[in-house]
Design a protein. Structure first.
Lengths: 220, 483
């Protein structure tokens, strides 16, 4: 592995973690959408770079999917939903920004410790890639947990999926089937969730999941 | 490809796939229900065909061995009987206006897609394809749970969607890690994701990576099994969807997720340097049994009640596989098969009861044995069976689990027994109120198709009285495979 190849891969996947952090503290819908676009963009570059370094042309497809689908299409559609439903108010978070950021830092530290300790074998690139990917995944989960609003939960989930693609792209030679299936799963998941959003709006005039919670079977 | 184009595994996949396509174009819901039953019956015949053909070497795409044959035959059977039940269930839903013919077209197509996804998950000789198939099955059930579009249904499917998406994401990360662990030994490419080659070279895989991979796989697929503390989606999803889907969820989809966990457990057993998955499974299984047992007492919705019962029983099965000795594995498999049969049978009853009474609230259902004798006594029989009372087969499997573990894990078994006892009284308390007393609410009889319920209960009863040697040998062979 030449140094420049390693350094750029490192820089890109590190930036993905950084953007995940930025996602954590966005409290406006449009800012959140912009940041997610940026997240997908960084992922796309990162995967493309992996394709170049590993000499694995099929990864360019994954990069293209990330670019077109996640960085372009999804933000546009989500933006339309937000405008149509008129929900561009300030987003509620559960814990407050400070504790969330601290928890995020702890999660990143955890994923670095876990992954770097366990993977002695394997080359350095895929080790660190796995560590970063796990960090992105955990931050995505944290975001889902700390948000009540359906839109930000979706974005949290998609940033989590970005982490998965980073991991799959970093695992050298992993068959194409998987990358496409991941992209496909995201597509399905998104469509489904999108449908839900509309149904939720239909019923409650809000997409705040706390309102939905009130309808639970047992707590009436 | 070593599989001939006409071999049963290929057909078992083709039948549901083709009928899903067909059903998407059938407008008349009565016809669609008939096609659904016919297709499910054909799938069941294909699954039985697996016994007729000699076992082939694992192919590039499909893997057929004792383990997935057991799962598949069970799946196809319950899939078939549930389609029968569904054919009797949906006319009421149409009459009461809860479902429209258009939604039913979607429902029937999705039913077959779900069967296809589960069959693919069981047959796949590739951890990536397994993942895709489980994801497919999950998405279809999410859509089905939300089909009534009531606020509760939407909330349930939203929660199910979010939790299972995160779970499935974790499972994919575990899958990726498994690939990375295998890459050094098996080289890059598909070979390092194929079950058959992974098992063959299990000892050469990177142990620390495999450990990490198993943790993620357990968290991911464990959520789909409904193990505590990852169970939150399960009661809601069971309560708010159409009852045939509750039956399929409990009877089949949970098993398929468990199948994935067991496969990974076998993989770990082949490598002497990794952690032993047993204690983890025991802990999660025990937690599920105890948690579900205490939750019975405060349930107000009959379908949620049996959702919690599914958590309890998946806990029991996981506990058995965690003990891991041949007898416990045997008992675990037996319990899994019998639980699927019993629980889906109970859901058949519960479906008709909620239709007859027009409610799922336990408090509003009284005196069923008087107003609807078949439903009342049926529910009671099912409950007695699911509680593991002697004439029924679940007594045998629970007894075997307890006796197989008592010498090695006495304290754990005591806790396990405590869970069973608490669950026992909790469920008896809830069900006796519904079955006996003065009938309230609607007492008009409703039309039912009793056959699926009878078949299930007779099988469970027969297993309790006499297990045929064929079944014992089959389960014993499979149990040895699990290790």
């Amino acid at each position: 592995m030449n140094t420049i190849g390693f350094d750029v891969a490192h820089l890109l996947s590190g930036s993905l973690v950084l953007v995940s952090f930025i996602l954590l503290y966005q409290d406006r819908v449009f800012a959140l959408l912009h940041m997610f676009t940026f997240h997908a963009l960084v992922l796309s570059f990162s995967v493309a770079w992996q394709a170049f370094v590993q000499d694995a042309p099929h990864l360019y497809i994954t990069a293209a999917i990330a670019l077109i689908f996640k960085a372009l299409l999804i933000p546009i559609v989500l933006r339309r939903i937000v405008v149509q439903l008129r929900i561009h108010q300030v987003l509620e978070t559960v814990g407050g920004i400070g504790p969330t950021m601290l928890a995020g830092m702890a999660l990143v530290a955890l994923s670095l410790v876990v992954t770097l300790r366990t993977t002695h074998a394997g080359d350095r690139l895929s080790r660190e890639d796995l560590a970063f990917a796990l960090a992105v995944i955990l931050l995505g989960m944290l975001m889902i947990v700390t948000r009540r609003n359906a839109i930000s939960q979706i974005i949290g989930f998609m940033s989590l999926e970005n982490g998965l693609i980073l991991a799959a792209a970093g695992a050298k030679g992993m068959p194409l089937v998987v990358e496409i299936s991941v992209a496909f799963a995201v597509l399905i998941a998104f469509i489904v969730i999108g449908i839900f959003l509309f149904r939720i709006r239909e019923r409650f005039d809000t997409v705040d999941t706390l309102v939905v919670e009130r309808f639970r079977g047992e707590r009436r | 490809m070593s599989h001939l184009p006409f071999s049963p595994p290929v057909w078992a996949l083709l039948v549901p796939a083709a009928s899903a396509l067909l059903l998407a174009f059938v407008r008349d819901w009565r016809r669609a229900a008939q096609i659904n039953v016919a297709a499910s019956f054909l799938s069941f015949c294909m699954a039985l065909g697996l016994f007729a053909i000699p076992r082939e070497e694992p192919g590039r795409y499909l893997l057929v061995d004792d383990l997935n044959t057991v799962f598949l035959v069970l799946n196809a059977f319950v899939g078939f009987t549930t389609s029968l039940f569904s054919a009797g269930y949906i006319p009421h839903e149409i009459a009461s206006g809860r479902l429209t013919p258009r939604l039913l077209r979607f429902y029937h197509a999705m039913y077959q897609v779900l069967l296809f996804g589960m069959t693919l998950a069981l047959f796949a000789n590739n951890i990536g394809v397994l993942w895709v198939a489980v994801e497919m099955a999950t998405v279809t059930t999410v859509l089905m749970v939300g089909i009534y579009r009531t606020p509760e249904a939407i909330e349930a499917s939203w929660k199910y969607m979010m939790l299972s998406s995160v779970a499935i994401a974790l499972a994919l990360f575990g899958t990726t890690l498994t690939y990375v662990a295998a890459r050094q030994a098996l080289g890059e490419g598909t070979e390092a994701m194929r079950w058959s080659s992974l098992f063959k070279h299990a000892a050469e895989l990177d142990p620390s990576l495999l450990n990490l991979a198993f943790l993620f796989v357990l968290l991911g697929y464990g959520t789909k099994v409904g193990l505590v503390p990852l169970h939150a989606w399960l009661p809601d999803a069971h309560a708010e969807g159409p009852t045939p889907i509750s039956a399929v969820l409990s009877g089949l989809l949970l098993n398929v997720a468990l199948y994935a966990v067991i496969r990974f457990k076998i993989l770990l057993a082949g490598n002497s340097h990794v952690l032993s998955p047993g204690p983890l499974l025991i802990a999660m299984g025990l937690a599920s049994v105890l948690f579900a047992a205490f939750m019975f007492y405060r349930r107000r919705d009959i379908k949620r009640l049996f959702g919690y019962s599914s958590i309890e029983h998946m806990g029991i099965i996981t506990f058995a596989f965690g003990l891991g000795n041949p007898l416990a594995n045997f008992a675990g498999l037996l319990h899994m098969a019998l639980h699927s049969l019993t629980k889906s049978g109970i859901f058949f009853m519960v479906g008709y009861i909620s239709q007859a009474k027009g409610t799922q609230k336990i408090a509003d259902i009284r005196g069923l044995t008087e107003s609807h004798p078949f439903l009342g006594w049926g529910l009671l029989a099912g409950t007695v069976a699911i509680l593991g009372m002697p004439p029924f087969g679940l007594f045998l499997s629970e007894f075997l689990i307890v006796s197989s573990g008592f010498s090695t894990h006495p304290w754990v078994i005591l806790l396990f027994l405590l869970g069973l006892l608490v669950a026992f009284s909790g469920l008896v308390l809830r069900i006796s109120g519904m079955a006996f007393g003065r009938p309230t609410g609607r007492i008009e009889p409703i039309q039912v198709i009793p056959l699926p319920f009878w078949i299930h209960m007779l099988l469970v009863l027969a297993a309790g009285i006499f297990l045929p040697t064929v079944v014992v040998t089959c389960f014993r062979q499979t149990a040895q495979l699990i290790r």
